[in-house]
Design a protein around this ligand. Structure first.
Ligand SMILES: [Zn+2]
Length: 253
């Protein structure tokens, strides 16, 4: 039983507990090229949240990881079989109910640990921050914490070398042989501003990629996944320690 995971701990342990920071990992259920499982983002969220919390717990931070929300915003993948979509307004409603519980019970620091590119919590945090002024709500997408070029050769953002390496490390039993993976080649926008990224529009996934992947996965290894996983969880663990210690009425210097 890991005392920092709500799903594993019990009322006996929690009855008298003080909790400084809650972590809510948020994933998605969606196709990840041919070779990775639909739960890829959930598996990454579960493991990264748990290990980051362990790192923080061992330094004395009272953190608790809530169960990962398995469905995310997949509005661009409506035509991919069983890619599950929560509309952003539904996501906001779920988040509001969870924050209402935390706020009522005096757990006023929340980290939304995001594991999926389609989830975008910033505007929700702005709105919920007004509704729950005692709450300090922050978000971090684990895949943006480190410079991935230091760890992986191929660029990409979906079922790419990074995600494939992580799954080879965390759940190799769920990864098909890499020769069965598509090459994850992705089309770019014809409109210059969108292609260059200084204007944004949602990508219509099946028009962009044939195998649902974005990024060549074939150079992935479990060892690359291990190295990245250890570094990213150390860094997020350190963030949790600092967050636990922070006085939310005195955040600036
Ligand atoms: Zn993913």
């Amino acid at each position: 039983m890991r005392p920092y995971l709500l799903a594993e701990t019990n009322w006996k342990a929690l009855k008298e507990a003080t909790i400084e920071v809650a972590v809510l990992p948020w994933g998605a259920t969606e196709a990840h090229n041919y070779h990775l499982p639909y739960a890829t983002d959930v598996i990454e969220a579960d493991h990264i949240a748990a290990e980051s919390a362990r790192v923080a717990w061992e330094q004395g931070a009272k953190v608790v990881v809530l169960p990962t929300i398995p469905f995310g915003v997949n509005t661009g993948q409506t035509d991919i079989l069983l890619d599950m979509n929560l509309h952003p307004s539904t996501q906001l409603a779920i988040l509001r109910d969870i924050i209402e519980v935390l706020d009522r019970q005096g757990i006023h620091k929340l980290l939304l640990l995001n594991s999926h590119g389609g989830n975008d919590f910033k505007t929700m945090i702005r709105e919920l921050g007004v509704r729950y002024p005692q709450m300090f709500i922050c978000t971090c997408s684990w895949f943006q914490v480190l410079d991935k070029k230091q760890y992986f050769e191929e660029a990409g953002d979906h079922a790419d070398e990074m995600e494939t390496s992580l799954l080879l490390y965390l759940r190799p039993d769920l990864v098909l042989p890499l020769e069965e993976a598509g090459d994850g080649s992705a089309k770019k926008f014809k409109v210059t501003a969108l292609r260059e990224g200084w204007a944004w529009a949602e990508r219509k996934w099946t028009q962009v990629t044939a195998d649902t992947g974005v990024g060549l996965p074939h150079k992935a290894t479990a060892e690359k996944g291990r190295k990245y996983f250890e570094d990213v969880t150390q860094k997020i663990g350190g963030f949790l320690v600092e967050l636990a210690q922070a006085d939310t009425r005195d955040m600036y210097e």
